[in-house]
Design a protein around this ligand. Structure first.
Ligand code: PNS
Length: 170
């Protein structure tokens, strides 16, 4: 328990991810979290597990920051290393993870147990809107890089940055 025997205080939620790029599914989860928790920190991981990131850490952090500008209680930071260390340093109360489909839960459950064991911080799951149940950053990138239409899945500002980035890469 983060605050046993004390008066309730402002709950600080951390929503971690790679955000390469942020999708409408991510932004939907952030909006839901921002409506529930007084303070939400979107934590952009410095070293994503997935190979060949499209955007640098700075770019991902700035893109997410621009996307959440309409939420005064959402801030954006980055972290290196373990999420458990970041949430402990920030004295966060809860980790937020988005669930799209039931199979997400299988891996997320072990991450939640590990993060709680390392930091004492619990994980809460928010379901993104069902219309985003098949939307992931890696799928969006793959479809985009093969010339597919991803306008329904990322904000237009993100799509423009993806177009610029892929022009510079070719
Ligand atoms: O958007 P993603 O790539 O699905 O986010 C994955 C993320 C950043 C949440 C996960 O890779 C993570 O927590 N990375 C930090 C390293 C860590 O703490 N690993 C142990 C997880 S129990």
């Amino acid at each position: 328990m983060a605050n046993p025997g004390h008066a309730p205080r402002q709950v600080h939620a951390v929503y971690p991810g790679s955000f390469d790029p942020p999708t409408n599914g991510h932004l939907d989860v952030i909006a839901r979290a921002a409506a529930i928790f007084p303070l939400v920190t979107v934590a952009v991981v410095a070293n994503p597990q997935k190979r060949d990131p499209l955007f640098t850490l700075d770019e991902r952090e700035n893109i997410v920051r621009a996307c959440v500008a309409g939420h005064p209680n959402v801030r954006v930071e980055h972290f290196r290393g373990l999420l458990a260390d970041f949430v402990r340093d920030k004295q966060a109360d809860v980790i937020i993870k988005g669930l799209r489909v039931v199979s997400d839960f299988e891996s997320e459950m072990s991450f939640a147990h590990m993060n709680r064991s390392l930091s004492g911080v619990d994980t809460m799951f928010l379901m993104s809107d069902s219309s985003y149940s098949f939307v992931s950053s890696s799928l969006i990138k793959e479809v985009f890089l093969q010339g597919g239409d991803i306008r329904d899945f990322v904000p237009i500002s993100v799509l423009e940055l993806m177009r610029e980035k892929s022009k510079r890469r070719t």
